[in-house]
Design a protein around this ligand. Structure first.
Ligand code: PGA
Length: 252
């Protein structure tokens, strides 16, 4: 059985005071939620303060990015070891904003995925098509290429510990959510791709989150799909009530 996993991607939002307040708000209200894994992913500069503020709670902390090298002259970059050092358990890699705004390639994401696993961080690897690709009937092709490029060369164990987030780019921050059927179709395709490249047992273990305009109002229906194991939440993770409203959509 895959444990449902809801993660909040705060992107470039919050400040020191509001980040700690939001983290505490989520942690305080989540103590009784034994059936679901939770993580929040604040900006780098607040990771340490947030991790301290919610230490001992059931809410894990994740980063939104990292660099693949362990240390060295890489001005402005942050390593997996540094993220672990400040209390991170997860790291989001290959988010569409990094791919499309910052020019991150599948090869770069792949190097980061390997570095994260070597350090003991669990990567949340994002894949997703843009609207033109969906309209051209290329969704599966795009997802397969991103999977093969970003997740090449992992051991069975590393793949099983990797979280995938299917985030159709046209649904991120737009209010346009994929229908549960559209999302389920891609999640099932992804699981077939994993089974083909690894094996059925690994495919059954990998948690695949949906992301893109998830809100309390649409969460239960999305999370009720057989291959949707959780959500990666942007905008709606910036208020404790709406984030936890999404978590409430997970069947206990
Ligand atoms: P959204 O963002 O929930 O604001 O659409 C999701 C994401 O980018 O992870």
């Amino acid at each position: 059985m895959r444990r449902p996993f809801i993660a909040g991607n705060w992107k470039m939002h919050t400040d020191r005071v509001s980040a700690i307040a939001l983290a505490e708000g989520v942690a305080d209200q989540s103590a009784s939620l034994a059936h679901v894994d939770l993580a929040i992913c604040p900006p780098y500069v607040y990771l340490d303060a947030v991790a301290r503020a919610i230490a001992g709670s059931k809410v894990a902390v994740g980063a939104q990015n990292m660099y693949h090298e362990a240390a060295g002259a890489y001005t402005g970059e942050v390593s997996a070891a540094m993220l672990l050092d400040v209390g991170c358990k997860y790291v989001i890699l290959g988010h569409s904003e990094r791919r499309h705004i910052l020019g991150e390639t599948d090869a770069a994401v792949n190097r980061k995925v390997h570095a994260a696993h070597q350090a003991g961080l669990a990567p949340i690897v994002c894949v997703g098509e843009v609207l033109a690709e969906r309209e051209a009937g290329k969704t599966l092709q795009v997802i397969r290429a991103q999977f093969e490029g970003s997740l090449a060369g992992l051991s069975d164990d590393q793949m099983a510990k990797t979280v995938i987030a299917y985030e159709p780019v046209w649904a991120i921050g737009t209010g346009k959510v994929a229908t549960p059927e559209q999302a389920q179709e891609v999640h099932a395709d992804l699981r077939k791709i994993i089974a083909g490249q690894y094996n059925a047992q690994v495919a059954e273990s990998v948690r695949i989150q949906y992301g893109g305009s998830v809100k309390p109002e649409n969460a239960a229906e999305l999370l009720g799909q057989p291959d949707i194991d959780g959500a990666l939440v942007g905008g709606a993770s910036l208020k404790a009530d709406s984030f936890l409203g999404i978590v409430a959509g997970v069947k206990a």
